[in-house]
Structure formats: structure tokens, C-alpha cells
Ligand binder design. Structure first.
Ligand code: 5GP
Ligand code: MN
Length: 340
């Protein structure tokens, strides 16, 4: 089990002179924002810091990384120039995005692990795992505790992480502390308009067409209507030249529907199926459900990758969702606890 110690993490961060910062594969807004934000904070402190991002990030986040200039690959000799690797927002060692040449266990560097997934299983030299709305919020707290300068650019990146992981302060992880952190980031000069325009008002035309077809042709219901899900066929992606790397938020098109308690998305990844689940009701968390299958995430937003074709994965997960939602059905289901 990962220990949780913000003081030890802070002490390490204060003792290093050169850092590599990495995050999870298929980086999302919090991965990009927390990692690039930490890099900018470190550089401002006179520490050499590089962002290690082997994969391209979603289109909407690319402009945020221009000044940070991430590196794609790092050789053993390049890594030897650093004192530690900071791993952000990455709950499992095998999800760390280090490129094909490295695994976390092989790295010739101590790992500083900072994450808000409470099921984090990364073993590291020092770890801070805590219940926060976003990993970016944890980076903000470290900076605030240590008195590190937050430039407007760094604050913008941390706000990007906080905005995306809270769904713009709509999800249940939106605590008073999350709002306080957001307020402090705005005071530090974060460009909220830039974040919101990039995340919510920059949808490419092909994505809109993809989503239109998804909503009109792929939706299915279970549990008396309280489970809304979609099995997305390969040809849907091909027809619209759309990749789920850019699909953060697509599941919210299902979650936002009235009466839906759990939303699910299924799509093939080679011979496997990627499953994403979201819940709108804390009485029916999806985190424990996917953990039965080796998945993970947060109570209300979780995922798993199953070695099954999409239809079979949907049948297996659908059965569990039906059991979980049990007595929830139709209109009254939104407000009443089942009486089993
Ligand atoms: P998403 O559904 O957006 O891919 O992920 C939601 C949450 O579930 C994230 O916190 C992510 O870490 C977790 N998650 C998503 N897919 C997987 C998976 O295949 N395995 C595990 N262990 N966690 C996942
Ligand atoms: Mn996150």
C-alpha cells in the first residue's frame, strides 16, 4: 500500500536540482495540467525540469505545452542527469507513460509519486496520495505550502487540471477546498477564459459529427432507464476520423441525460475492450464495480480494460450495473434508495 506523506514529498522536491516529470498514458487535462504546471514551477525556482511525454496529448491541450517543450524519449544517459522522476496522476505502475523503452521498475531514478487516486499502487521513494479533486490541486498545495512562486502560466496549467477533473466544478469531487484552490489560482493570474475556451468551446467538427452519430445510433438503456451506455463500433471512429484520445468528456453526453444514474462507454482496443463508467449518485459508485474486474479509478468515475470483445464486455459490466442499480428504475429511481 502506498504511504501518504506530503511533507516527505515536499522535502524531496526541495532537495533536488534536476527533475523529470511524467504522468499516465493517454494523458488527460489533469495529467497535462499538473505535470506541465509542476515543470513550470520548478523552472521558476531555478531547478532543471523536463516534462517527459512519449505520446501526443489531446488536441485541445497542445497549445498549453508549447512553452514547456516536452521531451518524447529519454535515454539512460539522459536520465542519469536527473535526481528524481516525479510521477503525477498515475494510479498504477503499468500506466506510467515512459515510452516503449522503460518501465517504472527499471528506471534508474528514485520516484516521487503524487496522485489523487486513492487506489494508487505505485511503489516509490516517497509518495503522497490524497483525496483531492485533481492532482493539479495537490501541486498547487505543495507550491502554496512551500511558498513557491506561481506565475500566471503555471497557475493556468494547474487550473486546467482542476477544471477538467471536476468537469468545471460539476462533479462530486468539487469540495470547498477545490473552489479555494481555484480562487487562489485565479488570484495568481490563471487565464480562465483560455482554459474554458480550450476545454469546452473548441470542439472539432469531426468530433461533433462523431458525437451526433453516437447519440442517434449507439445509445442503449438498462436498469429500467437508469443505466445509459454505448458500444462504439470501430467504423464509427473510422467514419469520423475520431480517436478516443480526444474523447475526454464524450461520456458526459450520456451522464447528462435526465434519469441516468450510471453512464458507460465501451470500445475496442485491439483484442481488448476499454470500459468507462460514471455515476451521478454516491449510493451507486462505479469504482468498486470495476475493481472486481481489476479496473480502478475514483468512486464516481472509473474504468477497466477487459480481454473481451466489446459486446461481451458490455454484457458482463451491464449485468453488474443492473445488480448495483437493482431497485432504481424510471422516475422514482432518481430519488429513492432501493428497499432490498
Ligand atoms: P476514464 O473512464 O476517463 O478513462 O477513466 C476514469 C478513471 O478510471 C481514471 O481515474 C482512470 O485512472 C481509471 N481507469 C480508466 N481506465 C482504466 C483501466 O483500464 N484500468 C484501471 N485500473 N483504471 C482505469
Ligand atoms: Mn486526475
Amino acid at each position: 500500500m502506498t504511504s501518504s506523506d506530503d511533507q516527505a514529498v515536499l522535502a524531496r522536491l526541495q532537495s533536488v536540482r534536476a527533475l523529470v516529470v511524467a504522468t499516465h498514458e493517454k494523458p488527460d487535462g489533469d495529467a497535462v495540467g499538473s505535470a506541465a504546471g509542476l515543470v513550470r514551477i520548478c523552472r521558476c525556482r531555478g531547478i532543471r525540469a523536463e516534462l517527459w511525454l512519449p505520446e501526443p496529448v489531446p488536441l485541445r491541450y497542445r497549445s498549453f505545452l508549447e512553452a514547456v517543450a516536452p521531451v518524447r524519449t529519454l535515454s539512460a544517459s539522459a536520465l542519469a542527469e536527473f535526481d528524481a522522476l516525479v510521477l503525477l496522476d498515475c494510479a498504477r505502475p503499468e500506466r506510467a507513460a515512459l515510452g516503449p523503452e522503460w518501465t517504472l521498475a527499471q528506471l534508474p531514478l528514485p520516484v516521487i509519486n503524487i496522485d489523487h487516486h486513492l487506489d494508487n499502487s505505485v511503489s516509490a521513494a516517497v509518495s503522497w496520495v490524497a483525496e483531492r479533486a485533481a492532482t493539479a490541486m495537490m501541486v498547487y498545495e505543495l507550491a502554496a505550502t512551500a511558498g513557491w512562486t506561481l506565475t500566471p502560466e503555471a497557475a493556468t496549467l494547474l487550473l486546467l487540471g482542476l477544471v477538467t477533473d471536476t468537469g468545471s466544478f460539476r462533479f462530486s469531487n468539487t469540495t470547498p477546498e477545490a473552489f479555494r484552490a481555484a480562487a487562489a489560482l485565479l488570484e495568481a493570474g490563471a487565464d480562465q477564459e483560455r482554459v474554458v475556451n480550450a476545454v469546452y468551446f473548441s470542439k472539432p467538427r469531426n468530433q461533433q459529427e462523431f458525437e451526433t452519430e453516437l447519440l442517434s445510433r449507439c445509445l442503449r438503456r438498462g436498469a429500467g432507464g437508469s443505466y445509459l451506455y454505448a458500444v462504439m463500433p470501430e467504423e464509427l471512429f473510422a467514419r469520423h476520423h475520431f480517436d478516443m484520445r480526444d474523447g475526454e468528456g464524450v461520456i458526459d453526453l450520456l451522464r447528462e441525460v435526465e434519469g441516468v444514474v450510471i453512464a458507460g462507454l465501451f470500445y475496442a482496443r485491439g483484442a481488448w475492450t476499454k470500459v468507462s463508467l460514471r455515476s451521478k449518485d454516491a449510493r451507486f459508485p462505479v469504482g468498486p464495480l470495476v475493481r472486481k474486474f481489476g479496473g480502478g479509478g475514483h468512486p464516481m468515475a472509473a474504468g477497466v480494460t477487459l480481454e473481451l470483445p466489446p459486446e461481451e464486455a458490455a454484457a458482463v459490466i451491464g449485468g453488474e450495473v443492473e445488480k448495483l442499480l437493482g431497485g432504481v428504475s424510471g422516475e422514482e429511481g432518481k430519488h429513492e434508495i432501493s428497499s432490498r
